[in-house]
Design a protein around this ligand. Structure first.
Ligand SMILES: Nc1ncnc2c1ncn2[C@@H]1O[C@H](COP(=O)(O)OP(=O)(O)OP(=O)(O)O)[C@@H](O)[C@H]1O
Length: 259
């Protein structure tokens, strides 16, 4: 479905990513872990066209994505959430999801002024789809659909960001630390939501950057470990967690010897 080949990203003298290759299969969840500064967000930024890699290529279903601007990459089928919330806090929960459908709608300013009927019809259709989507992601969020997004508790904001990303009908969903700032109970609820999303969309592929090892152990089919911009390991969690270099990257050499 999605792959990266020899991805390298330099910022002046800093090599944030060095020759990283990866593959994501249809319907697969790939976890991405690594210490702070390992290059995890850089990888997501490359895949979504926010960063242009210094070298290497990104492919989606056999099409090369290099050089395609971010908004076009969304319409090709890659959606993401960010580490820090990027919701429209003054708008309602429902409006945030409707905005997420932007890449799937056609009406623009011209239609809104001169072809009002068509624009209104499309908006009503988007609202109906957004409501259904919210229901599917979280009944609780659906019940709050007319509240301002900024009034939601942190866990619901994260849910809403996922719902908004899903509104673009992606083939690949990228989640950047979805559980950050959540306690264990909220993380458990988030994992249930992600499972439900996957069950309803067996074709959807996901990449999840995470620090919470409970989530990393439970959800992804496979985990890729980055450290200093390099790929240290790639495999099922039960395998990669036993690799001494992975333990060192997380715990430090001394602690890893006792792990
Ligand atoms: N726009 C940029 N300009 C300069 N350096 C950058 C830029 N983006 C990332 N970096 C550097 O690249 C390296 C990798 O950063 P990145 O944010 O990808 O790490 P990360 O694994 O996502 O870390 P964290 O877990 O803290 O989010 C870091 O040294 C970072 O300072």
């Amino acid at each position: 479905m999605l792959s990266g080949e020899g991805l390298t990203m330099r910022f002046g003298g800093i090599v944030a990513m060095a020759e990283v290759s990866f593959e994501l299969r249809r319907g697969e969840i790939l976890g991405i872990i690594g210490p702070n500064g390992a290059g995890k967000s850089t990888l997501l930024n490359i895949v979504t066209g926010i960063y242009r890699p210094s070298s290497g290529e990104v492919w989606l279903e056999g099409e090369r994505l290099n050089g395609i601007p971010s908004h076009r990459i969304v319409s090709r089928g890659i959606a993401r959430t960010f580490q820090s919330s990027r919701l429209f806090t003054d708008l309602s929960v429902l409006d945030n999801v409707i905005i997420g459908r932007h890449s799937r709608t056609r009406s623009g300013v011209f239609d809104a002024i001169f072809r009002r009927g068509r624009a209104d019809r499309e908006l009503a259709e988007s609202a109906a789809i957004a409501e259904e989507l919210l229901k599917g992601v979280s009944r609780d969020l659906f019940d709050q659909r007319h509240r301002a997004a900024g009034e939601l508790p942190q866990a619901d904001r994260r849910r809403l960001e996922i719902a908004r990303a899903l509104a673009s009908e992606p083939k690949v969903l990228l989640l950047d630390e979805p559980s950050s700032g959540m306690d264990d109970a909220d993380t458990d609820a988030l994992m249930d939501d992600i499972r439900a999303i996957c069950a309803a969309r067996p074709e959807l592929s996901m990449m999840i950057i995470e620090h919470d090892m409970r989530l990393v152990a439970a959800l992804p089919h496979r985990v890729m470990v980055l450290d200093y911009g390099q790929k240290l390991a790639d495999g099922p969690y039960e395998e990669i967690r036993r690799i001494p270099r992975v333990q060192e990257a997380y715990l430090g050499r001394k602690a890893a010897q006792h792990a």
